[in-house]
Ligand binder design. Structure first.
Ligand SMILES: [Fe+2]
Length: 179
């Protein structure tokens, strides 16, 4: 095979490809979880959540393809088996459960937040340790997309915490900063 000569050492390219493969695995797990909730959700928010999750799994599908193709562009092979995704991904599945809509949203917010934390760390590693600004830039954009998706989801449940509940007087309800 022709040697790749793009200004990165073998070690740097492999370091970056490992990070990309971990992001790929987590994106795949998140795609499956998002799809399952898109199918299972019930309740007054059905239509909004069903549609939002469709948009999000389409976005995740595009990102998965871009991650895999970036691994190829760096000369490696992307993970492409369910066993591989579960082995190197950091997200956990909750098989056999059909939670309430708000719980589904909360779980996906946590997953997106974990992906954002991983990506933030990977961006630093790419530029500082592996000297690959191209991948750092690519992963930064991906991180911003997850921040956007997490915000959309968070907005569904954040309002609930601001509602005065039966045993908590309205006066004690905290006003969010900036309101
Ligand atoms: Fe659908």
């Amino acid at each position: 095979m022709r040697k790749i000569n793009i200004g990165l050492t073998e070690e740097q390219r492999h370091g970056v490809m490992n990070l990309l493969n971990q992001n790929l695995a987590d994106s795949y797990i998140l795609l499956v979880k998002t799809k399952k909730y898109h199918w299972d959700v019930v309740g007054p928010q059905f239509r909004s959540l069903h549609e939002l999750w469709e948009e999000q799994y389409e976005k995740l599908t595009e990102n998965i393809d871009a991650l895999a193709e970036r691994v190829r562009a760096l000369g490696g092979y992307p993970v492409g088996t369910m066993t591989g995704f579960l082995e190197i991904g950091t997200l956990k599945e909750h098989s056999g459960e059909v939670p309430l809509a708000t719980e589904m949203v909360a779980r996906l917010v946590e997953d997106h937040e974990q992906v954002i934390r991983n990506l933030r760390d990977h961006v630093d590693q790419c530029s500082e340790q592996f000297h690959d600004e191209g991948t750092a830039d690519f992963l930064t954009e991906l991180m911003e997309e997850h921040e956007d998706m997490a915000w959309m989801l968070r907005s569904f449940i954040e309002g609930e915490a601001l509602q005065p509940s039966g045993d908590q007087p309205a006066a004690e309800t905290k006003t969010p900063v900036g309101v």
